[in-house]
Design a protein around this ligand. Sequence first.
Ligand code: F0G
Length: 369
Amino acid sequence: THQWRGIIEEYRSRLPVTADSPVVTLLEGGTPLVPAQLLSELTGCDVFLKVEGANPTGSFKDRGMTMAITRAKEEGAQAVICASTGNTSASAAAYAVRAGMVCAVLVPQGKIALGKMGQALIHGAKILQVDGNFDDCLDLARGLSEKYPVALVNSVNPVRIEGQKTAAFEIVDALGDAPDIHLLPVGNAGNITAYWRGYREYARPSPATTLDGDASRHTFTLPAISTRKPRMWGFQASGSAPIVNGAPVRSPQTIATAIRIGNPASWQFAEEARDESGGLIEAVTDRQILSAYRLLAAKEGVFVEPASAASVAGLLKALEEGKVDPGQRIVCTVTGNGLKDPDWAVAGAPQPVTVAVDADAAAEKLGLV
Ligand code: F0G
């Protein structure tokens, strides 16, 4: 049989698990790397979309969550907690169900998409809406995990990053080598950190980190798979662009609620990824994000949530600025499924017309006659 086994089984030798780890999985990963037709035409490059909305809960968070919940279970935790702009909470809630754990989530009040709230609710998470933004939620979650018996599963938990690095492995495995440029949205900056770790690890024969000083969790003799590493291009929303501005944003704003974050936890790692790879981290406006969001749906057939479109908005912006030489191989990660936040698909679109059950009338409305 050829069923994908989830990222822990597929990449076991590169992840901090042991033969005894109680793997908690929804068979995440193995997501499509879709050739982008229009974007390739526009850039003269081979552009691919890593469609992370195809994960079990509809975002890339599942890669980290299978690791975080497996580790929490291994350590005997009965409850997990996270702060979230929505996707982490949806993922944590689902994986906690698989593990038989209680899941608590802290979300910024009124600032998470309905689909994500629905996921956390239906999976039975305990949800607290915090009168504050994501950064406040994360402070609170950290504080609670330090004082009370509840495991923190945000990306400040290093095993989350380990799980998420597998997306870079999949890309190299699919393409035969690393791309020239990798673009992705940046919020709390865990994912750009994870991809860079994955690309670095695949390009040289030793793991980058020892998570907990336990060398037996790692294999130190893995061969290099790729011959090179991409330039990492990250994009924040312009109203929530602390890394671009060089200072935390006290009151971050953007319609891309998933990346509405003013003080990213992995800020320093994101700058390392940028600098070590010869990349960049820049801002895209909400208008550019929505335009890329619509282009992806209308021209590539890929429906993503607004924050996910920041990577493609960044590519189009860089193209306009003359920063994209033709002939390169480019991957844009689109991080979450469009169904998470359909409001933006409906807003501004023409209202569907109503017709009677009458073929001639329907044909006329459709412009077939
Ligand atoms: N895209 C989506 C759809 C996200 O949900 C997130 C983060 C990002 C991009 C940015 O990734 O934080 O690793 O830089 N969502 C987190 C959450 C904050 O709570 O779901 P990052």
